[in-house]
Ligand binder design. Structure first.
Ligand code: 3PG
Length: 202
């Protein structure tokens, strides 16, 4: 699924925090207009869950996923609201089992070789490398490529406009995520054009 999406969308995935429910649809539209279609809506705010259904309804060009999933219950709720993919900062046996049962595109979070192995053993060969810069950045990803040639990563955490291309250049990186595409100042000022420009530039 990820390969197919990346063929149709840019390999950058904004990690989105929605504070105001009224921002969800224009924010998603602005990114889609700039060619960024894979949208990770985090559950860090109360508005996150609702934003998933709002965007699904109003922005059909978007591929909407749920992020910061830390429990099976949250995953189930988000799937009911139409989330097409799911992302976690880490993983737990309960979450991995729930995602397995769903069978859809799920990125468990990993930061160490042991976690990579546990997630792979559960059947997930696409994983989120988090927190990317604090956990060793591109050097760590290069080191993981040796023993885990069959695993592909989406690094997030501390990545921005200045270095995301360094990550994308790695063979074991299929996409890069982060909040740099939705700066808080632009979102609170409802400067949607700024988001489109950032998306076009990425
Ligand atoms: C995530 O959950 O992926 C990260 O918190 C995003 O990190 P960033 O804000 O440093 O881009």
């Amino acid at each position: 699924m990820w390969d197919l999406w990346i063929e149709r969308a840019k390999p950058v995935m904004p990690v989105i925090v929605i504070d105001d429910p009224d921002h969800a649809v224009p924010l998603a539209q602005a990114l889609v207009e700039g060619g960024v279609r894979l949208l990770e809506i985090t559950l860090r705010t109360a508005a996150g869950m609702q934003a998933i259904s709002q965007i699904k309804r109003a922005v059909p060009e978007a591929i909407v996923g749920v992020g910061t999933v830390t429990s099976a219950r949250q995953l189930e709720d988000a799937l009911h609201r139409g989330a097409e993919f799911a992302v976690s900062p880490g993983s737990s046996p309960e979450l991995l089992a729930c995602a397995q049962e769903w069978g859809g595109p799920y990125l468990p979070g990993v930061a160490t070789p042991t976690e990579v192995m546990q997630a792979r053993e559960a059947g997930f060969r696409y994983q989120k490398f988090f927190p990317a810069s604090a956990a060793g950045g591109t050097a760590m990803l290069k080191a993981l490529a040796g023993p885990f040639a069959d695993v592909a990563f989406c690094p997030t955490g501390g990545i921005g406009a200045d270095n995301y291309r360094d990550y994308l250049a790695l063979n074991n990186v299929f996409a890069v995520g982060g909040s740099w595409l939705t700066p808080k100042t632009a979102v609170s000022a409802q400067n949607w054009q700024a988001l489109t420009s950032l998306a076009i530039a990425s």
